[in-house]
Write a protein that binds this ligand. Structure first.
Ligand code: ZN
Length: 232
């Protein structure tokens, strides 16, 4: 099947599915299908194998970008107590990534160097992260005073911004690894994690102290139990 034929066959199938779900009178699967179909409409000319291959080729490309540095926090909700930490999973992850970025910029040893956070635009998150960044500037994060990151994040439309799409691909790779144990994409992008003395300081998996996965081994090669979990 060529691209045009596949796109048209998928559109026909999807239209049928939407109709079937609408008739079932259960709004949830109907709305979910509409949302999924809208988000993937640009790729319907590709088979699932084509799509996987594309993602894997991009991840491979990113792995060779020696000018790119990756920071991330993957939190296992089963091991994160919002009441104890006094912050939500989202706030915790944001604070961790901001701290790591700040530490990276500080290590460059030039006070004139500044970093800018670029976010996918989402009204709720935009307000929240702008307020959090103001607080970090006033009080610092748990881990660092902020001197090298501009106060207000830049919010962009990810559909128009390729580097945000690349960040999304990295998030996808991390998610597929921690939730589905799929190594391949993660192995590619993990090579870009901020690394000091062969320790991937920019990447962390917040989970059980017994975890010895790729991320945990890269972040704490000496074993997580020796790390003190202060004020997390
Ligand atoms: Zn782990």
């Amino acid at each position: 099947m060529d691209w045009a034929a596949r796109r048209s066959a998928v559109q026909r199938y999807r239209a049928g599915e939407i109709l079937r779900l609408r008739k079932a009178k259960n709004p949830k699967p109907h709305n979910q299908a509409k949302k999924n179909y809208a988000k993937t409409s640009g790729y319907t000319h590709l088979t699932i194998d084509d799509r996987r291959k594309l993602i894997s080729e991009i991840a491979d490309k990113v792995s060779k970008w020696d000018f790119a540095v990756l920071f991330f926090e993957a939190i296992d909700k089963l091991h994160f107590d919002e009441n104890r930490t006094g912050r939500t999973v989202g706030d915790q992850a944001f604070e961790q990534v901001v701290s790591r970025f700040e530490q990276f910029l500080t290590r460059q040893g030039d006070p004139k160097i500044h970093g800018l956070l670029v976010h996918d635009n989402n009204e709720t998150v935009a307000k929240k992260h702008t307020a959090l960044m103001r607080r970090f500037h006033e009080e610092g994060t748990i881990w660092a005073k902020i001197h090298h990151i501009n106060e207000t994040p830049l919010f962009v439309d990810s559909k128009l911004t390729r580097m945000v799409q690349i960040a999304d691909l990295c998030s996808y790779a991390i998610r597929r690894f921690v939730e589905n144990s799929e190594n391949t994409l993660l192995e590619s992008i993990l090579t870009r994690a901020d690394t000091v003395d062969r320790v991937a300081v920019g990447a962390r998996h917040y989970t059980s102290l017994n975890c010895t996965c790729l991320i945990c081994n890269a972040h704490t090669p000496w074993g997580k139990k020796k790390n003190i979990r202060k004020a997390l």
